[in-house]
Design a protein around this ligand. Structure first.
Ligand code: ADP
Ligand code: MG
Length: 493
């Protein structure tokens, strides 16, 4: 697991002096644990509550209050570690990180520095045509979040909202294995996908439930040494992360090519300028005077407890995608799209049960996804249920509706609901299948084209001409299979 991953085909940026540079990126991802209560208190974690209403005496750091570890949160981190193929440490310790935090009354953050709960792991990141890249995870530690200072509510005053104080975070720290902005975005999305499958973090970046500190350095292509890095703090959009990495790498290259050096520092990305700017010089671990938190015992886990969690992990996205390829014959691309979220995979499987998986995949990807996207709906809120989708696909399979009719049917059921079979019957969306109705039209077409009939005797492919004519005369309402059968029969082919 800890072998150095194969270096990717170098993706380099050309500097001003025609020197090729390579980006080196490592991410510290903060993922909020999906838990109803906080890491060390029983206060609620509900998003969007009135400011300062989800604050327990522990969170407010009232004198004499003691933190009590939330077992559910511990279980969620362990699950996440197992999902990332990582080592679970049976012994971990909480440390105090001391700092002046205006929005954390304790005056220190409870985190884990020397003995984190999860050790080395690895994530496979699918980079499309560039193949699979492996990104190693150094460790995951458990820590508490701080509150929020509000500076834009009053011209003279700052306010503080402590609702977020003490909410459990997993900090997922990667090794500097990432080599491009796209790879950084794909890596974060992969972490998010796995955690959503596990149910350990909802991955909502807008609400700040998943955010990243992005470490960037550059080095001349071919070099194996690490350059000096800058860290861009607290980013919660994959688009901005990519922009920030790109502009930060170019800034560092320009400095180095100018004979200057990069200062290790913490920077902020400003979306309005698309640039990063210096926030403060980088502090080191010793600046925080870390020491083991005397209020908490070391965390000692029982291996049987971990094995039990491992035994109940859900099927994860990579395994599911592989199964979709082997069990339903999907292309890897379709399998990847249909496993993007657990809800999508469940939808697909409930339609594909006892049906042709490839056809079901096509209808979901080509017809359902676009409609959902247009109305910004999640698959859980799809107006077209798996049952309705299945019924429509059955109607096509039985030759009762054409592909075009099926699309109309989706549009109608989308708006009015109901059983597609009934809706099709009510609206006359039904292919003409009755031979008694099709036969006179076939006869008419044959009679009107005696020369083509003669040609068809020599060249059976001319039969297609008659099928086309019948379809035209019925305005696409006839079942093409039935038309073809009748044409061949009449021509004696
Ligand atoms: P901290 O930032 O808290 O001091 P670390 O030194 O452990 O912690 O590094 C944090 C992150 O920075 C890790 O994700 C690591 O991969 C990344 N990193 C370390 N050195 C470099 C470098 N030279 N270039 C890019 N990323 C780096
Ligand atoms: Mg850092």
């Amino acid at each position: 697991m800890n072998d150095t991953p194969k270096e990717p085909t170098p993706k380099t940026i050309l500097g001003l002096n025609n020197t090729e540079w390579e980006m080196v990126i490592g991410l510290e991802v903060h993922a909020q644990i999906a838990s109803k209560s906080k890491l060390f208190s029983k206060a609620s974690t509900e998003f969007g509550a009135e400011p300062n209403t989800n604050v327990d005496l522990v969170d407010a750091a009232m004198p004499g209050m003691l933190p009590v570890i939330n077992q559910f949160c511990v279980q969620q981190v362990v699950k996440t570690g197992l999902g990332f193929d990582a080592k679970i440490n049976l012994y971990s310790v909480f440390d105090r990180k001391n700092y002046f935090y205006p929005d954390l009354p304790q005056g220190y953050q409870i985190s884990q520095l020397y003995h984190p709960i999860v050790g080395a792991g690895e994530i496979s990141v699918d980079m499309g045509s560039e193949g699979i890249r492996k990104v190693r995870i150094d460790h995951i530690h458990l820590e508490q979040d701080a509150g929020k200072s509000l500076h834009d509510m009053d011209p003279d005053l700052s306010f503080v909202d402590l609702n977020r104080v003490g909410v459990a975070l997993m900090e997922i720290v990667s090794l500097p294995d990432i080599r491009s902005p796209e790879e950084a975005a794909c890596y974060i999305l992969k972490l998010r996908q796995i955690m959503r499958y596990l149910g350990t973090c909802d991955g909502n970046m807008q609400n700040g439930n998943l955010r990243a500190d992005v470490n960037v350095s550059v080095r001349q292509a071919g070099s194996h040494e690490l350059g000096t890095r800058c860290e861009i703090k607290n980013m919660n959009s994959t688009r901005f992360i990519q922009q920030a990495i790109d502009c930060e790498a170019r800034r560092q290259i320009a400095l180095l090519e100018d004979g200057q050096s990069v200062d290790q520092e913490t920077r902020l990305f400003d979306p309005s300028t698309g640039m990063t700017r210096s926030m403060r010089s980088k502090e080191e671990a010793h600046d925080y005077r870390y020491f083991p938190c005397p209020d908490l015992l070391p965390l000692e886990l029982d291996s049987a407890w971990i094995e039990n969690i491992a035994a109940h992990l859900p099927e994860l996205p990579d395994a599911k995608a592989q199964r979709f390829v082997s069990a339903y014959g999907l292309t890897p691309d379709h399998a990847a799209r249909l496993t993007a979220e657990p809800g999508i995979a469940d939808y697909f499987e409930s339609v594909a049960r006892n049906r042709d998986g490839r056809k079901v995949a096509n209808w979901i990807i080509n017809e359902l996804f676009g409609r959902l996207k247009k109305e910004a709906l999640s698959i859980e809120n799809s107006p077209l249920s798996p049952e309705q989708m299945g019924e429509i696909i059955d109607l096509i399979e039985k030759g009762e509706v054409s592909g075009t009719m099926a699309k109309d049917l989706i549009d109608i059921v989308w708006k009015v609901g109901g059983s597609p079979i009934k809706v099709a019957a009510e609206r006359g969306l039904r292919l003409l299948t009755d031979p008694g109705a099709i036969e006179p039209i076939v006869n008419q077409v044959l009679a009107e084209n005696p020369q083509q009939v003669e040609r068809a005797q020599v060249n059976p492919r001319v039969a297609g001409f008659f099928v086309g004519q019948v379809m035209k005369m019925t305005k696409g309402q006839a079942n093409p299979k039935e038309v073809s059968r009748l044409v061949h029969q009449k021509l004696g082919l």
